[in-house]
Design a protein around this ligand. Structure first.
Ligand code: HEM
Length: 140
């Protein structure tokens, strides 16, 4: 079994800022082209450059341990109507397809694990808010 110490960690050596940007921009290109997620994002994002910059800061924190990100992801997602396990699974599938093409397997491992963890937290919080705590699984 893999111990905690063998697992790759976030840090500046995991990937470059340019790789973080490539991940975020590549992922959002997929999201915006997606028949289900695309229209949902278009409805809720007014300022794409600002959103992308915010997401670069978020993923830079998750992957490289930088501290630029200032945001409130839980509150932002709680305010979105109609999120469910199917949407989160779709989001994760597009994310994993993007990290798989990055050519940096260690970054991919850390990014996929972080995405799954955060998706699980966001979905759990969302369900508590909407009174349906036990409805399926985002990662499945
Ligand atoms: C079904 C899945 C998801 C949908 C539809 C979704 C949609 C959105 C939308 C529309 C916004 C902009 C909200 C606003 O500016 O008011 C947003 C913000 C954001 N999302 Fe998601 N999201 C999903 C899952 C995730 C996951 C799994 C992560 C992280 C791993 C994530 C990270 C973020 C972050 C960091 C922000 C910016 C928060 C802020 O500005 O404070 N999202 N999301």
């Amino acid at each position: 079994m893999e111990s905690d110490d063998d697992r790759p960690r976030p840090g500046p050596e995991l990937c470059t800022e340019a790789e973080v940007e490539r991940l975020v921009h590549g992922f959002y290109a997929r999201v915006r082209a997606d028949a289900v997620l695309g229209p949902l994002f278009e409805r809720h994002v007014d300022d794409w450059p600002e959103h992308l910059a915010q997401l670069v800061d978020f993923w830079s924190a998750m992957l490289r341990g930088t501290r630029r990100f200032r945001g409130a992801p839980v509150q932002r997602h709680l305010a979105l109507p109609g999120l469910d396990a199917g949407l989160f699974a779709r989001w994760l599938a597009l994310f994993r397809a993007t990290t798989a093409e990055m050519g940096n397997p260690v970054m991919r491992e850390v990014a996929d694990a972080a995405a799954e963890r955060v998706a699980g937290t966001l979905l759990a919080r969302y369900r508590v808010q909407s009174g349906r705590p036990d409805d399926g699984n985002a990662g499945a």
